[in-house]
Design a protein around this ligand. Structure first.
Ligand code: SF4
Ligand code: SF4
Length: 440
């Protein structure tokens, strides 16, 4: 069967971002650089590093298969040099199997794992603002995505589980595999982590979002962080957009630190958050406001740069919503871009970000639990990816096994099929989700 069809049917989507279906990135020509993003630049998270350390054969074979299928000229695995000691087995395997894959060691700065930053660091090419890596001949995949590609291609295994790091202000951080659809509260209870009166974040401290204990794990969940309500990471996320806009209009001193340290500005993009802030305050040129559309939401400006405690990132998120409603898209001003002078000197060392966010004491390696957590109930969404919702093919009362198809995406639509993550009985079916009740 064609690789693209297998990956769609096995439900493989980007595990580290918005869930773009992996098969849709695979072109048979025009790809020069196939890049595996093993950077994991958000502090506290260890999923990518654990997968690369524990399953180097799967990841390397998955990448080699993708490189061959797409006829890519070269393939890289990008990791941080700080963690080189973890990747000895990976290096050995690539060498012993004679795989045409190179390991790229990046510096320890934030956000080294931003897709466009990584493409530049490896290839020296700049993806135009608002563009995708393919525009410069690159494809970037997350490590867990390629681990899932291996499982789909070589073991006929669909995506039914997710690795997550559970960390933050807790005694024993861990990295563990959980069934997709498992409730966050069940995970925390099983791990003996107190969460009442605390705030739960899905993803890393910089880019993650506050979630509820009743939310469930999806194919794109990044991790679970638990903090006290007054922790700086949390308070920045809890301010209302009204307060943020009011402060943006009254407190910006136009120091331009947010711009000078913005990773996308440093790549030469027309993104100058200080100009967005002043334009918002005084209704100046819409051109500057529109540049919010090319913000990656990395959070450098909000978490690190601004001496006034302002949040250009949240302003940009808000403006993206406004422009989306109006149907406004970004169009790049030029075709060729070059990085700003002194870019290397302006990158943010991860250690300084950790200190700024009061995270130093939590930055320890989580224990790896080598056994999947069990759950008696899984709520599995029919849209865990970019594209069309999958249409349920099961009914209430059906008996399912782990890996059975629950919902399918039409062959002409973008999307990926959805599978049962636990064995049990289908208890509820809507167009948005399927609930399975099983036994622990
Ligand atoms: S969040 Fe801030 S620093 Fe990051 S890309 Fe957007 S404007 Fe630049
Ligand atoms: S860093 Fe803060 S105060 Fe300075 S220009 Fe940017 S938003 Fe304004």
């Amino acid at each position: 069967m064609e690789m693209t069809k297998i990956l769609k049917e096995k439900g493989v989507v980007g595990a580290g971002g918005a869930g773009f279906p992996t098969y849709a990135k695979l072109k048979r020509e025009g790809i020069l650089h196939y890049i595996l993003n093993g950077i994991e630049c958000e502090p506290l998270l260890w999923v990518t590093k654990e997968i690369l350390k524990r399953f180097p054969e799967r990841v390397a074979r998955g990448l080699a298969a993708l490189k061959d299928y797409t006829n890519s000229k070269e393939a890289f695995i990008g990791v941080k040099s700080k963690y080189k000691h973890l990747f000895g087995k990976l290096e050995e395997f690539v060498k012993s199997e004679n795989l045409d894959i190179r390991i790229f060691y990046a510096g320890d700065f934030y956000p080294a794992g931003d897709e466009q930053v990584l493409v530049y660091e490896i290839t020296g090419k700049i993806v135009p603002p608002g563009g995708i890596p393919l525009m410069v001949g690159a494809v970037v995949n997350n490590v867990e995505t390629v681990y899932n590609v291996y499982n789909a291609l070589f073991e006929e295994k669909p995506v039914t589980e997710k690795f997550i790091t559970v960390s933050g202000d807790i005694e024993k951080p861990v990295t563990v595999k959980v069934p997709i659809g498992m409730k966050v509260s069940s995970i925390l209870e099983k791990l003996g982590i107190e969460y009442e009166e605390k705030v739960i974040i899905d993803g890393g401290p910089a880019m993650g979002k506050i979630i509820s204990k009743d939310d469930v794990i999806t194919k794109t969940s990044g991790g679970i962080l638990v903090f006290e309500k007054n922790h700086p990471v949390v308070s920045k996320k809890m301010i209302s957009i009204e307060q943020i806009l009011r402060k943006a209009r009254t407190c910006c001193i136009q120091c331009r630190y947010c711009t000078d340290q913005c990773p996308r500005y440093l790549l030469g993009h027309e993104l100058e958050p200080h100009k967005i802030m002043i334009s918002l305050a005084f209704n100046l040129e819409e051109r500057f406001l529109k540049s919010a559309l090319i913000c990656s939401e990395c959070g450098v400006c909000e978490m690190y740069s601004c001496p006034q405690g302002l949040s250009p990132r949240r302003v940009n998120q808000y403006l993206k919503g406004v422009f989306a409603e109006k149907g406004v898209k970004y169009s790049a001003e030029k075709r060729e871009y070059s990085a700003r002078q002194n870019r290397d000197l302006r990158r943010i060392p991860t250690s300084r970000l950790l200190t700024r966010l009061s995270l130093d004491k939590y930055e320890k390696k989580p224990e790896f639990i080598d056994e999947k957590l069990k759950t008696a109930e899984a709520k599995i969404y029919t849209k865990q990816h970019i594209g069309a919702k999958a249409i349920p093919v099961v009914q209430r009362g059906d008996k399912v096994n782990e890996g059975d198809v629950l919902a399918k995406v039409d062959e002409n639509s973008l999307g990926a099929d959805i599978h049962a993550s636990i064995p049990g009985i289908v208890a509820e079916v809507t167009e948005d989700f399927v609930v399975i009740k099983g036994e622990e």
